[in-house]
Design a protein around this ligand. Structure first.
Ligand code: FAD
Length: 409
């Protein structure tokens, strides 16, 4: 088969590699000038086990993310070496439960215990270890922070330096003889005739062409617009947010021994902080400052996420984070802010209101993966970075299972 993939993010690249390894010819269409340069390179890289999703009472978000996270390393290591993978990993995260948490501490502890039990059960059932490491899934003794009154809980959850993964995966894609990458191609829609697909680009530009036997839409923030223009509008409410975090490179030289530990605050609109030792980068996000644009208009027509006052956002992010982690107090000083930079992209998910709304369906991150919207047209909702490898394999399995069924009949 000849297959077009729209979007060269992590999911599009992993789908391309998977298909190519299974003998298919792939054309990868990417609007940017390089692969994996958008959301999959501009996120904090937490490999979620669902601890932060305590506001989903069904527990299905945690269940889904745990299964996604357990196969993350297994799938990625088909394309990147164990050494690269290890070098990109962070140490484990502590969770901070501030006094203003939307969920009370006992509810969070009960949720954590459920996550631990499910992780342990699934590790045994699948004979897999989270990130290939022996993690401690057991109740943790809470610690109280004297300055803030918040409670700290340790977890085995870790992050991965997404730009390191991006570089390694992109190199595999560009070197693969069965994958043709076309850069600077902004797809508008796909049309089919007699079982073959053609692709039209924005403003009638060349580059999409065809015919293709199948099309896989992995365009993340552009995905639903392309689906709609291809005749597959969906009534599902959809919420797009542009979130910035702050990146501090050469962090050891700037902070010395005062490096903060990896933390996530729950439950509410707080933030995360993670240090990647091998690249010496400290990442920090503070939701009230970094979440600079939100819209229910999936075309993102009104979007202008360019930071108006980057220096101010960096300062306010560090100052905000210091309200939950006192180790950050030192970071809002001018000599640190001057060296830091902003990094961000769109987060898109099923939803109609922001996470400050306790009834927001953004608290539920499940149901992602591929959907075949017409014979040979697959639209892939990645859900989370954590879920990208599993989504890619599920997409290829779905496409090639159909192909096999056709051959048999
Ligand atoms: C700030 C931030 C923090 C996050 N933190 C985490 C986290 O800690 N853990 C976690 O699990 N997830 C996190 N996420 C979510 C995660 O980044 C995404 O779920 C994941 O990266 C999506 O991967 P993707 O390949 O689908 O999208 P992308 O990496 O965005 O790839 C989509 C590609 O499609 C291309 N494209 C779009 N439209 C078109 C078009 N019309 N034509 C051609 N190409 C097109 C884009 O240029 C892009 O290269 C975060 C996201 C953000 C933005």
């Amino acid at each position: 088969m000849k297959i077009a993939i729209i979007g060269g993010g992590l999911v599009g690249c992993l789908v391309a590699l998977e298909l190519a390894e299974r003998g298919q010819s792939v054309v990868l269409l990417e609007q940017e000038a390089s692969l994996i340069s958008r959301a999959s390179a501009n996120n904090e890289g937490k490999l979620h086990l669902g601890y932060v999703y305590g506001a989903d009472p069904s527990f299905e978000t945690a269940q889904r993310l745990i299964l996604d996270a357990l196969v993350f390393r297994l799938i990625l290591e088909r394309w990147i070496t164990p050494e690269t993978f290890e070098r990109c990993l962070s140490a484990a995260f502590n969770y901070i439960v501030p006094l203003q948490s939307r969920l009370p501490l006992d509810a969070i502890q009960a949720h954590f215990a459920r996550v631990d039990a499910f992780c342990h059960e699934q590790e045994c059932r699948l004979n897999l270890r989270y990130l290939g490491q022996k993690a401690q899934f057991e109740p943790r003794a809470p610690e109280k922070c004297r300055e803030t009154g918040a409670t700290w809980l340790s977890t085995p959850e870790r992050g991965i330096w997404a730009k390191g993964v991006a570089r390694a995966v992109a190199a595999c894609v560009t070197q693969h003889p069965k994958i043709e990458v076309r850069y600077g191609v902004s797809v508008h829609n796909a049309t089919s005739s007699k079982g073959q697909w053609r692709i039209q680009c924005d403003r009638g530009q060349p580059g999409g062409d065809g015919p293709y036997d199948a099309v896989i839409n992995a365009a993340w923030s552009g995905r639903r617009t392309i689906d709609r223009a291809s005749g597959f509008a969906s009534a599902e409410p959809w919420y797009a947010r542009f979130k910035y975090g702050v990146l501090l490179r050469d962090a050891r030289a700037v902070l010395g021994q005062a490096m903060p530990s990896n933390t996530t605050a729950t439950s509410g609109a707080f933030g995360d902080s993670v240090y990647y030792p091998d690249v010496d980068v400290l990442y920090c996000s503070w939701y009230p400052v970094g979440m600079c644009f939100a819209s229910r208009d999936e075309s993102l027509n009104a979007a202008d996420p360019t930071p108006k006052q980057a220096r101010r956002m960096i300062h306010d992010t560090y100052a905000g984070y210091a309200s939950i982690d006192p180790a950050y107090s030192a970071l809002s000083q001018p000599h640190v802010c001057d060296k830091a930079e902003l990094m961000g992209d769109y987060i898109v998910a099923r939803g109609h209101s922001d996470i400050v709304d306790p009834h927001s369906i953004l608290h539920e991150r499940r149901g992602h993966g591929p959907k075949e919207l017409a014979p040979g047209y697959f639209s892939v909702d990645t859900g989370k970075y954590t879920s990208a490898p599993r989504c890619a394999v599920e997409t290829v399995d779905a496409l090639l299972a159909k192909e096999r069924a056709c051959l048999v009949s």
